[in-house]
Design a protein around this ligand. Structure first.
Ligand code: PLP
Length: 296
């Protein structure tokens, strides 16, 4: 596997704290070099934030939207504000440096650091993605089961400490949901709120085509604001399609003309079934969407 690992050293930044957010020095790591202190709160408590960027031929998709979301995540967790300008340059350079054609993913992580230091820990892993890694899911679709998220759709405003909408490192629940979906013979889970609304998947957003309109769950309802979904809506609007943010019941998803899960690396994966009930896959439109998303 072609992979590059970088340390983002924020110790110097902590002392200087420039007005436009912290910044640090970036060093590429050798394969045997240690990166993480065992006392890091990112490792022991999942106390930190991350972004996964998708790239194609060295171009980073939705870079501005990802960095804006990283800033919002930092704010939600009371972490120091990242220097967006520096990270913009760092991520773009890392995308150029990976020695592999086609798609890659860049995972950028910032933790609360080693307990007691108050200095965040940062790193970045760039991984080449083979051209056929998601080809069949993008073309043939995915089987999805509905799983309970355990909270109502209006919880985010009332309980900001749940960090709904922040991209935190605490993904154990999301990964457990994916394993449960696989136990049930499916590829993916779709979370439903206790009041019966479709939220998002463990690592992707839902977009549904219903009565000629493309609809997704509003980010205020405790889900992550998707950068891929955001770019898709812009593309669709450019193609003259109608888009909307509103809550969808599971029955509405079931009766959709088409539905997709959207995320930065897999891009648009059409739903071919929901809880075992077949859904229509729009092969042509899905291919057009994925071509446009890869071409960004
Ligand atoms: N929702 C969750 C919980 C996610 O983890 C992700 C992926 O990072 C998404 C949605 C999709 O976001 P994006 O399109 O920015 O990758």
């Amino acid at each position: 596997m072609t992979e590059n690992v970088y340390r983002i050293d924020l110790a110097a930044a902590h002392e200087q704290q420039p007005a436009d957010g912290w910044w640090g020095s970036v060093t590429q790591m050798g394969p045997d070099e240690a990166l993480l202190d065992a006392r890091d709160l990112g490792a022991s408590r999942g106390d930190g934030i991350f972004e996964t960027f998708g790239t194609m031929e060295g171009r980073v998709h939705a870079l501005g939207a990802h960095l804006a979301r990283l800033g919002r995540s930092a704010h939600s967790l009371d972490l120091p504000e990242p220097n967006v300008e520096q990270l913009n340059a760092v991520v773009r350079r890392a995308a150029q440096e990976i020695d592999a054609p086609g798609q890659a993913s860049i995972k950028l992580v910032l933790t609360r650091g080693v307990e007691g230091t108050g200095i965040p820990t940062g790193w970045m892993v760039v991984t080449a993605i083979s051209a056929d890694a998601f080809a069949s899911q993008r073309r043939d679709g995915i089987d999805v089961v509905v799983l309970e998220r355990g909270y109502p759709s209006d919880v985010a405003g009332r309980a900001p400490w749940l960090l709904a909408g922040a991209k935190t490192l605490s993904y154990a629940v999301n990964m457990a949901a994916l394993r449960e979906a696989k136990r049930q013979g499916a590829d993916e889970a779709l979370f439903v709120s206790t009041d019966g609304y479709a939220l998002e998947a463990p690592t992707s957003n839902l977009v549904v085509k219903l009565d000629g309109e493309f609809v997704t769950t509003p980010p205020v309802n405790g889900i992550l604001a998707g950068t891929t979904q955001g770019d898709l809506f812009e593309l669709l609007e450019g193609w003259g399609e109608r888009t909307a943010y509103r809550l969808l019941t599971i029955d509405e998803v079931r009766s959709a003309d088409a539905a997709w899960l959207l995320s930065s690396v897999r891009l648009a994966a059409p739903l071919r079934s929901l809880d075992g009930q077949p859904l229509e896959v729009d092969v042509e439109l899905t291919a057009r969407i994925n071509d446009a998303l890869l071409g960004r």
